[in-house]
Design a protein around this ligand. Structure first.
Ligand SMILES: NC(=O)c1ccc[n+]([C@@H]2O[C@H](COP(=O)([O-])OP(=O)(O)OC[C@H]3O[C@@H](n4cnc5c(N)ncnc54)[C@H](O)[C@@H]3O)[C@@H](O)[C@H]2O)c1
Ligand SMILES: N[C@H](CO)Cc1c[nH]c[nH+]1
Ligand SMILES: [Zn+2]
Length: 432
């Protein structure tokens, strides 16, 4: 893995390439995704089946497109006690974390005779996307929990899950067990942009939803971007990223492993180490190659590391933090002697992992917080998938006659300033 001294023009170019890579949708990608969406809007299930047959499985038909109760039962029978134990722990810890995000409705009486408040309501229907690369054989089972649990905690009644099928037209049984564990009964065998189109516009089999959440590849991300506004979306959760800030006390083998953990997600994944120790930089660089060669998915991780991986040697940890705030990484690991001392200075990051025993995968699967996180610098203004993505707030206002009289003149003055006479009239008419 390449080592750069930072600051330097060469290091700056690598940093800029990393920033630019994440949301780099080409005109051609956009046109293709728009065409998929338009077609699903026009032809509904027929288009969905056609694209699913072409890209993922020729075995899916209109009759087998929705997962049946029998398929759920068959899947559950295949689960090992070991998997069910891990699943239970993940569900329990994620539910506990997301339950703390619940917001209550409130009503206040700030002035005599005036009541104002906010009513929190779940959306009626949500769509969840679970990525299913490699022909749906090894889908991100954990993404089902990350989407489904906050939706359930928010109180959403109708939840539809979309995921690409395997070549034989089936869905990975672990994914179905995870869906069942969080109470999702409607699972459809479709991936990519057409699955997002089906959720956004509805088809005869897929209910139209209010909100679509979940990570996915460039086609999923682009489709979500295009339909946002027609429906709510969580964010553009693009290719995975990890940035590690480490000093000479950190273990180089662990750092190499953590960098590779995110590089294996995608050819466009980014894995960056920022350290003030030249010695650590050399050791991590040397540790990458053997660990990479031992990975079954070494092609993806290797290409990602080559294209966007970097070890940046900085003068001090303060410079490392400034750089991290600029990159606003999806995942930030702080592997320095006293990691909590630096937390106050972290401004932009999707999730922060503190200390030597908090590798990023603890957060991917089990710790409790959501693993659907902003990428490509968007952690500057957006946050992890949460219960709030499945709720909306309605403002409440009430005036008594006396309170109305007291404030009416001010409203008339402000309305007249905007030359909105009908507004002023709606107030003055009540004084007669
Ligand atoms: N930011 C986050 O929180 C987060 C979380 C988890 C995963 N991720 C990212 O999500 C992504 C998952 O992507 P994935 O590929 O594994 O699964 P995916 O389900 O998003 O993509 C597979 C689908 O894309 C379709 N596809 C393939 N080629 C196509 C083409 N040319 N045109 C249209 N559709 C095509 C496939 O047929 C399949 O349906 C990765 O980039 C990973 O890093 C991000
Ligand atoms: N690290 C991914 C988010 O970037 C989430 C994930 C799912 N499974 C494993 N990892
Ligand atoms: Zn991961």
């Amino acid at each position: 893995m390449k080592i750069f001294n930072y600051p330097s023009p060469e290091a700056e170019k690598r940093v800029q390439d990393t920033i630019d890579r994440g949301l780099g949708f080409s005109r051609e990608d956009q046109d293709n995704v728009q065409a998929f969406l338009d077609d699903v809007k026009k032809r509904g299930d027929e288009a969905l089946i056609e694209y699913t047959n072409k890209f993922d499985s020729p075995a899916v038909t209109l009759d087998t497109f929705k997962v049946t109760e029998q398929e759920f039962e068959d899947a559950l029978e295949q689960m090992t006690p070991q998997f069910l134990k891990a699943l239970d722990r993940a569900v329990e810890q994620l539910t506990a974390f997301h339950s703390r995000q619940r917001e209550n409705s409130w009503m206040d009486t700030p002035r005599n005779g005036v009541m104002v408040g906010q009513m929190v309501r779940p959306v009626a229907a949500a769509g969840i996307y679970a990525p299913g690369a490699k022909g749906g054989k090894t889908p991100l089972v954990s993404s089902v929990l990350m989407g489904g649990i906050p939706a359930k905690v928010a109180g959403v009644k109708s939840i539809s899950l979309m995921t690409p099928p395997m070549a034989d037209g089936k869905i990975n049984p672990h994914l179905l067990a995870a869906a069942r564990a969080v109470g999702i009964d409607s699972v459809f065998k479709a991936g990519s942009a057409w699955a997002i189109g089906a959720l956004a516009y509805g088809t005869s089999q897929v209910p139209k939803v209010d909100v679509i959440v979940g990570p996915g590849n460039i086609y999923v991300a682009l489709a979500k971007k295009i339909v946002s506004g027609t429906v709510g979306i969580d964010m553009i959760a693009g290719p995975s990223e990890i940035l590690i800030i480490a000093d000479e006390t950190a273990d180089p083998e662990c750092i190499a492993a953590d960098l590779l953990s995110q590089a294996e997600h995608d050819l466009l994944a980014s894995a960056v180490l920022v350290t003030d120790s030249q010695a650590l930089a050399q050791k991590v660089s040397a540790a990458i190659e053997p660990q990479l060669n031992a990975l079954p998915r070494k092609d993806i991780a290797g290409q990602a590391i080559n294209a966007f991986g970097a070890i940046l040697v900085v003068p001090d940890i303060d410079t490392a933090i400034d750089l991290s705030n600029r990159l606003a990484p999806e995942h930030l690991e702080i592997m320095v002697e006293s990691p909590f001392d630096y937390l106050d200075r972290i401004q932009n990051a999707g999730a922060v992992f503190l200390g030597p025993y908090t590798p990023e995968p603890m957060g991917d699967y089990i710790a409790g917080p959501n693993h659907v996180l902003p990428t490509a610098g968007t952690a500057r203004f957006s946050s992890a998938l949460s219960v709030s993505h499945f709720t909306k707030k309605t403002s409440l206002i009430h005036y008594s006659k006396a309170a109305f009289e007291k404030e009416a003149d001010d409203v008339i003055t402000l309305a007249q300033t905007e030359a909105l006479d009908a507004h002023a009239n709606s107030v003055s008419i009540r004084r007669k």
